[in-house]
Design a protein around this ligand. Structure first.
Ligand code: ADP
Ligand code: ADP
Ligand code: ADP
Length: 214
């Protein structure tokens, strides 16, 4: 199954992707996670991407397209994948299509998570994640079951993203509406788009996605 989760920052793409990995045994390809790993490792890409990400702008298409091309070539992507946060521009969508064409693959579904801006800001402001396994939490809506202990891996270390603040969020939302939202029309025309209510509780959103995948 080849899937794109499309939606603004904080829509719940990562949260839903983490659940789909377990249920469907396919990898999550998050360009945000890949870029943050490059920043942490201080690679050439990471050094250039850091300032762009901290400002809430989009990393150049060529850079992200190259990262995804390399990742999609890995063995674990042969039977399926969940793209989370990619593509984010029409150029990226074209690059992805060319890449899949060469491999004789096609997308099964593009699932758009729709969430109002005021809720997105609240979600991103309260977001934190496990420093070890990356499980995503929220200060109010999604705390670990045992306070201070990751549900998934038992780690007691958590982290917050430097770009998860109200000011950077404004740039990220602007980038979304300007650069990424045209993809809704793009995939609608291709017949692969399904839009769902991302404002519902996490379990209900998962159920809406599963209904599409059935
Ligand atoms: P969110 O999950 O909040 O939408 P991501 O983790 O996907 O955020 O992305 C964080 C940042 O990484 C973005 O603001 C952008 O700077 C960069 N980034 C991630 N994916 C892409 C992409 N496909 N194209 C360009 N920049 C990207
Ligand atoms: P994205 O990957 O689209 O940026 P995340 O999955 O990281 O979004 O979710 C952003 C924040 O909102 C996280 O703190 C997460 O726990 C929370 N969240 C995700 N989905 C929901 C939901 N359906 N209802 C309430 N909070 C949610
Ligand atoms: P500014 O006036 O600072 O340039 P914008 O007009 O770009 O700001 O956008 C302000 C906010 O309005 C954005 O952060 C976003 O949340 C929201 N917004 C912008 N364009 C759209 C759109 N097409 N659909 C829905 N919300 C939008």
């Amino acid at each position: 199954m080849k899937l794109i989760l499309l939606g603004p920052p904080g829509a719940g793409k990562g949260t839903q992707a983490q659940r789909l990995i377990d249920r469907h045994g396919i990898p999550q390809l998050s360009t945000g996670d890949m870029l943050r790993a490059a920043v942490a490792a201080e690679t050439e890409v990471g050094v250039k991407a850091k300032a762009i990400m901290d400002a809430g702008n989009l990393v150049p298409d060529e850079v992200v397209n190259a990262i995804v091309a390399e990742r999609l070539a890995a063995d674990d992507c042969s039977s399926g994948f969940i793209l989370d946060g990619y593509p984010r521009t029409l150029k990226q969508a074209d690059s992805l299509e060319a890449l899949l064409d060469v491999r004789g693959q096609h997308l099964d579904h593009v699932i758009e998570l729709k969430v109002d801006d005021d809720v997105l800001v609240k979600r991103v402001s309260g977001r934190f994640s496990c420093a070890k396994c990356g499980t995503v939490y929220h200060d109010e809506d999604r705390r670990p079951k045992n306070e201070g202990v990751c549900d998934n891996c038992g780690s007691t270390e958590f982290k917050r993203r430097p770009d998860d603040n109200a000011e950077t969020m404004r740039s990220r939302l602007r980038a979304y509406y300007k650069e990424t939202s045209p993809l809704v029309g793009y995939y609608h025309c291709k017949g692969t788009l399904r839009s769902i209510d991302g404002m519902a509780p996490i379990d209900e959103v998962t159920e809406s996605i599963e209904q599409i995948l059935r």
